[in-house]
Design a binder for this molecule. Structure first.
Ligand code: AMP
Length: 401
């Protein structure tokens, strides 16, 4: 399968090849033709599947070169600054040859450069909801000419409480437009939103949800909360741990942990929503270049980050939302590579573990022997209610020595 088989024109296919996209990914195969046909799309795809290019390539092809005064013809909404910056970068790879201008609009940085870009005229805006509304209220942004609207990571928008902002923004868009909604999961609220914002959408999926963790070697360490740090250090001292993404539940814990690792001579940086944009960009660049081996992140900060070749994902804290587990560990198996995911579980997190295992429909292997093994017994498998339901019973995790 080639990009041209998907009705992308020669120039776009060449531009894709020039940035190293030689063959389309499955989500691109499914999404590009209906987008080029002008259809609305509901896409179930995670970051790492190539979903950004799945909408960027066809949208750029659909846009005629600008003549006269520029109007915003494409609006992409993303939940985080990092994701907005990455999508904007993807537009940057393909829009210049066509004379199209694009800008990323997000908070946490001064608004003046964004206002200046808007004044010069842009065709494509990639924005987070808060700053977009600020600039709309100040009269710098008019959305009356939007032809293509993308809502990316809809489920995360919901989790982050942006849904009302999103609805308010949608109200200002022309009714006659093409709309594309992408979401890693499809909770009820997203399905309802999709009914109100999409017309006869084509449903495209990258891969069924249950298979997203295939190929990742997952293990669980039962450990007491106070021993997690020592356990982490012992894992990080293994030379195989080259580029490690560590997840904590809170920003505060991310900061503290990064500081403690630095004190133990392990180069680590924290990345979360309270850091300035420049601090986040710097932390990310240092991690990508290999200068820091460990990035300590919260779920929201890590969402959408484009980091290749993460060797390990370590859940220092288990997430209380089981879907987050799948998002997190997916970071270590990008573009078909296999990865390693370790999770620490203290006694209070065992309920989360049960929910995760039920979501991924498999027990996670337990590392029984490690220097900080919890003195508490490993949890017993849930008893089967009746014989007929034993097929659903949680199997006792296999033990590894
Ligand atoms: P995304 O899911 O949009 O975050 O993309 C994940 C990564 O895959 C990014 O680094 C893209 O640059 C890359 N990518 C997207 N499409 C392709 C493709 N067809 N071939 C190879 N890499 C791709």
């Amino acid at each position: 399968m080639t990009f041209q088989d998907l009705k992308l024109n020669g120039a776009m296919a060449r531009a894709a090849a020039a940035v190293g996209y030689t063959a389309p990914t499955p989500i691109q195969v499914r999404a590009i033709p209906p987008i080029l046909d002008g259809r609305d799309i509901i896409g179930c795809a995670q970051t790492g599947t190539g979903k950004t290019a799945a909408f960027v390539l066809p949208i750029v092809q659909l846009l005629a070169p600008a003549r006269g005064k520029r109007h915003i013809r494409v609006l992409v909404l993303a939940p985080t600054r990092e994701l907005a910056a990455q999508i904007d970068e993807e537009f940057g790879k393909f829009s210049r040859q066509r004379g199209l201008r694009h800008v990323a609009i997000f908070g946490g940085v001064g608004q003046q450069p964004q206002v200046d870009a808007l004044r010069r005229g842009v065709d494509i805006v990639v924005a987070t909801p808060g700053r977009l509304q600020d600039l709309m209220n100040q009269g710098y942004i008019k959305l009356g000419n939007v032809q293509h609207f993308v809502l990316d990571e809809g489920d995360r928008m919901l989790d982050m409480g942006f849904i009302h902002d999103v609805k308010r923004i949608i109200k200002t868009l022309p009714r006659a437009r093409q709309t594309m909604l992408f979401s890693a999961t499809m909770p009820q609220a997203i399905q309802e939103l999709s009914k109100s914002m999409l017309t006869a959408p084509v449903k495209v999926e990258a891969s069924p949800q249950a298979t997203t963790v295939e190929g990742i070697a997952q293990s669980i360490y039962f450990v007491e909360s106070g021993d997690k740090r020592a356990l982490l250090k012992s894992i990080l001292n293994d030379p195989a741990s080259q580029r490690v993404l560590v997840f904590t539940r809170t920003k505060h814990r991310a900061n503290t942990l990064a500081r403690q690792l630095n004190r133990a001579q392990i180069a680590a940086e924290a990345i979360h929503g309270n850091k300035s944009q420049s601090a986040r960009t710097r932390a990310l660049a240092q991690f990508k270049s290999g200068k820091t081996a460990v990035l300590v992140a919260t779920d929201i900060a890590a969402r959408g980050l484009d980091i290749d070749a993460v060797t390990h994902v370590i859940n220092f804290d288990l997430p209380n939302i089981p879907e987050s587990y799948v998002h997190r560990i997916g970071r270590t198996a990008r573009a078909g590579a296999s990865g390693i995911a370790y999770s620490f579980c203290d006694v209070n997190e065992r309920k989360y573990l049960r929910e995760i295992e039920s979501l991924i429909r498999q027990p996670i292997e337990v590392v029984a022997e490690h220097p900080y093994a919890s003195a508490l017994p490993a949890p017993a498998p849930a008893p089967a209610r009746k014989a007929a339901s034993s097929g659903n019973r949680r199997r006792r995790p296999r033990r590894r020595r």
